[in-house]
Design a protein around this ligand. Structure first.
Ligand code: PLP
Length: 361
């Protein structure tokens, strides 16, 4: 059937997002280390809150998300009126592009940046522009050099996915100082909590008119399936985003689960401690096997093999051992595998499987 309908320019240039694999043929219950999920699940209090909220599902949810925003504000010491909640941080990241960029505008991100940034730019009808990185790190000077009068939005994940590298606050401040007033700097803090001592860029947001920080419940909080994220932004940006988001974007159940998860600091502290410990173990274990990797500030490690063939062979070997990791060729790393930091037993399994792989080749 032919149709005269045509989507807006740019839409058909979008390649479908590839999520981390979740199945291995013929294997029951694989160890999934492909999507940076929390190996400990989520807070038991979040599960209870979700179950309780299910009783009131016949009611529409709040439109202002006040109880959840208050919980976030309390924990992070931020003003609740500068917080907005979305269906994952993805929703807020895409609404930012829709609200601030369009045809003729440029959206800037970096060489190995999160693959959704290109999709956000094209969805808004804007042109994606890519700045080079240096040694798998965001290069502030290269980014600044790539800013033009048409740049409306800059996306940076800090720590970055899939490299796990991060800029310090001084570097971010240097970048923010160089971003022109007509351009919004978006600091995607999906992994901010895992970077010890980092505030996700909140201090920069508070001090400037054109910086936004996004955060998520999908990674540390173990609620990827519930779909909740939030942003801290200047008042004028909050006001803009509230005009374009759906009034009932977050369900009663999602709001209740996220609020309980935010308030359960004991669970969060435990997960952070475990991640820090197992991240060191995974990094050290990989290096001992001669597999290169950078120090990670997130909950995953990018393992670099000698070439694409070896990375694919390692991936196949891990699959045979019932372990799923992430191929990252699409991010410009055909020779690498991104491995989520799991619990102690998970990391033993991965390192043993890779040791066997290295022994066999
Ligand atoms: C996982 C991830 C997100 C979070 O997505 P949600 O929509 O909040 O689940 C955002 N940015 C990066 C870089 C990520 O890896």
């Amino acid at each position: 059937m032919t149709t005269a309908l045509r989507p807006q320019p740019g839409i058909m240039d979008i390649a479908l997002y590839q999520g981390g694999a979740s199945k291995i043929d013929g294997q029951h219950d694989p160890l999934k280390l492909s999507s940076n999920e929390n190996p400990f699940g989520c807070s038991p209090e979040a599960i209870q809150a979700v179950a309780a909220a299910a009783e009131t599902m016949h009611r529409y949810p709040t439109t202002d998300h006040a109880p959840l925003r208050d919980a976030i504000a309390d924990v992070h010491g931020l003003p609740a009126e500068q917080i907005i909640c979305g269906v994952g941080s993805d929703e807020l990241l895409t609404l930012l592009a829709m609200a601030y960029a369009g045809p003729g505008d440029e959206v800037l991100y970096t060489e190995h940046g999160f693959s959704m940034y290109r999709i956000f730019a094209l969805s808004a009808g804007a042109a994606p522009v890519v700045a080079p990185e240096t040694d798998r790190c965001v290069d502030v000077d290269a980014l600044i050099a790539a800013i033009t009068p048409a740049t409306r939005l800059i996306y940076i994940a800090n720590p970055a996915n899939p490299t796990g590298t991060a800029l310090g606050t001084d570097q971010l401040a240097r970048l923010a100082d160089a971003v022109p007033a007509h351009c919004l700097l978006v600091l995607d803090g999906a992994y901010a909590e895992f970077f010890e001592g980092y505030d996700g860029g909140a201090g920069l947001v508070a001090a400037r008119d054109n910086v936004v920080m996004t955060r998520t419940f999908s990674k540390l909080y173990g609620l990827g399936g519930l779909r909740v994220g939030w942003a801290f932004a200047p008042r004028h940006v909050i006001d803009t985003l509230n005009r374009v988001r759906g009034p009932f974007n977050l369900s009663t159940v999602a709001l209740a689960g996220a609020e309980a998860a935010m308030r359960d600091r004991a669970f969060v502290d435990k997960c952070l401690r475990e991640n820090a410990e197992q991240r060191v173990r995974l990094t050290g274990g990989l290096r001992q096997l001669g597999i290169a990797c950078d120090d990670s500030r997130a909950n995953f490690v990018l393992a670099r093999f000698s070439d694409e063939a070896e990375a694919l062979a390692a991936d196949a070997h891990l699959k045979k051992s019932g372990i799923l990791v992430r191929l990252v060729k699409g991010y410009g790393f055909p020779q690498a595998l991104r491995i989520t930091v799991g619990g102690a037993e998970d990391m033993t399994r991965v390192l043993d499987a890779l040791a066997a792989f290295r022994g066999a080749t």
